[in-house]
Design a protein around this ligand. Structure first.
Ligand SMILES: Nc1ncnc2c1ncn2[C@@H]1O[C@H](COP(=O)(O)OP(=O)(O)O)[C@@H](O)[C@H]1O
Ligand SMILES: C[C@@](O)(CCOP(=O)(O)O)CC(=O)O
Ligand SMILES: [Mg+2]
Length: 405
């Protein structure tokens, strides 16, 4: 039996970084997914292995199960129903197992994702031999939440194979977990994100787990494919649904400048230690911006005129948020180039995710002509950037069973 899991990426419309320090943020899932396929192998005493194939980066890891037991069996796992943090001692044991696999120098940033995998795998499934394959639609390390999507997809596939979650393996197509299983999945994914990010707020794994279409198990409203229910507001671990009253279209520009969320989040924390009063005002301002943005999105817009007025408010809020992200020290020359280029077409942009490169969002107003969109995309792509238009909102984590070939 093979279990497949998929989990979406996200965009943050307002509040990244400040959300780590307790401010409100607004985010939505996007229709780009990370897929994990998990096949538990029949035991073959002499050659039991755990194999991890990362297709996007052409890397394969293969550990003898005996080696994993030697390092981690003293922890007494598996403990699938009690999500636990990876201690620094265990993290070092895991790192040693990864170093033994000789990752090429250029790909060492992937070690954190592999560490998260080993922690989630052994904690949820123990020491069973298996082959796990990862592929993704998402650019890695670009602000669209690939790390969270990876942790959510790993946790979903592992929980689906564990004794804790009872799923009807005969059902066909993509399936959604029940309410309590989703909560468990989200907690495990958060533990994985902690290994990759250091100090995540939990917004990315929450959006990836639940998606941002309102679902019956959260607030008893069955409203799956309604484009009016497509965002979440998030503060200190708590999620609130946002019913958008207007269609929102965003252009996503990937600057292709690589960066690392852990380092950027740590940089903001260091700045906060150096200038705690000033930074607390910055975070408070971001909190107000996110709350106002959520209100604007939710307020009814009965006609084109009110939609235009709301879009103008959103643009101003995005501009202010970008200014505060610059204050936090997470903008980048490539991001500033996107801001200047889109402004030539009177379009407003802000970075999304951790910044330092990565992706930038540009609001595409409803009445904007297709010709202008084409022109701005052509100009951005001539700078070497890559553009895509995101469908905002959609499903969260899903799993699918199939007979193995
Ligand atoms: N499909 C994938 N294959 C391998 N590693 C991945 C994958 N997706 C995410 N990762 C891990 O997540 C890291 C990127 O996370 P991060 O810096 O938070 O950026 P983001 O979440 O914005 O993409 C990668 O360096 C890698 O360790
Ligand atoms: C900067 C932050 O707000 C979002 C990071 O998103 P990403 O990993 O860049 O996709 C960190 C967090 O909230 O955990
Ligand atoms: Mg991330």
């Amino acid at each position: 039996m093979e279990v497949k899991a998929r989990a979406p990426g996200k965009i943050i419309l307002a509040g990244e970084h400040a959300v780590v320090h307790g401010s409100t943020a607004v985010a939505a899932s996007i229709g780009l997914y990370t897929y994990v396929s998990l096949q538990v192998s029949p035991s073959n005493e002499n050659d039991d292995r755990l194999i991890l194939q990362l297709k996007d980066t052409s890397l394969e890891f293969s550990w003898p199960i005996g080696r994993i037991k030697e390092a981690l069996s003293s922890l007494g796992g598996p403990f699938p129903s009690t999500p636990m943090s990876c201690s620094s001692e265990t993290f070092n044991l895991i790192l040693a197992m990864i170093e033994e696999q000789n990752i090429p120098e250029a790909k060492t940033s992937l070690a954190s994702g592999v560490s998260a995998f080993l922690w989630l795998y052994t904690s949820i499934l123990g020491f069973k031999p298996a082959t796990v394959v990862v592929t993704s639609d998402l650019p890695l390390g670009a602000g669209l939440g690939s790390s969270a999507a990876l942790c959510v997809a790993f946790s979903a596939a592992l929980l689906a194979c564990s004794d804790t979650v009872n799923m009807d393996m005969k059902q066909e197509g993509w399936l959604v977990f029940g309410e309590s299983e989703l909560e468990l999945l989200n907690k495990w994914a958060f533990e994985g994100e902690k290994i990759i990010h250091g100090k995540p707020s939990g917004i990315d794994n929450t959006v990836s787990t639940y998606g941002s279409a309102v679902k019956h198990y959260l607030d008893k409203i069955q409203c799956f494919s309604c484009r009016n229910c497509n965002m979440i507001k998030f503060r200190s671990g708590n999620l609130t649904r946002i019913m958008s009253s207007m269609p929102l279209k965003m252009l996503i520009t990937n600057t292709k400048v690589g960066r690392n969320t852990k380092a950027l989040v740590a940089g903001v924390s260091e700045r906060t230690l150096r200038h705690s009063d000033a930074m607390s005002f910055v975070f408070e301002a971001v909190d107000s911006i996110s709350k106002e943005l959520a209100n604007v999105i939710q307020t009814p817009a009965p006609d084109d005129q009110s939609i235009i007025a709301k879009e103008e408010k959103l643009e101003e809020l995005m501009e202010m948020n970008q200014g505060l992200l610059q204050c936090m020290g997470v903008s980048h020359a490539s991001i500033e180039t996107v801001l200047r280029t889109t402004l030539k077409y009177k379009l407003v942009s802000k970075l999304t995710g951790a910044g330092g490169g990565g992706c930038v969002l540009t609001l595409l107003p409803t009445l904007l002509s297709g010709t202008i969109v084409d022109k701005v995309i052509a100009e951005l792509e001539s700078c070497g950037f890559q553009c895509l238009i995101a469908g905002i909102g959609g499903n969260g984590a899903e799993i699918c069973f199939s007979a193995s070939s």
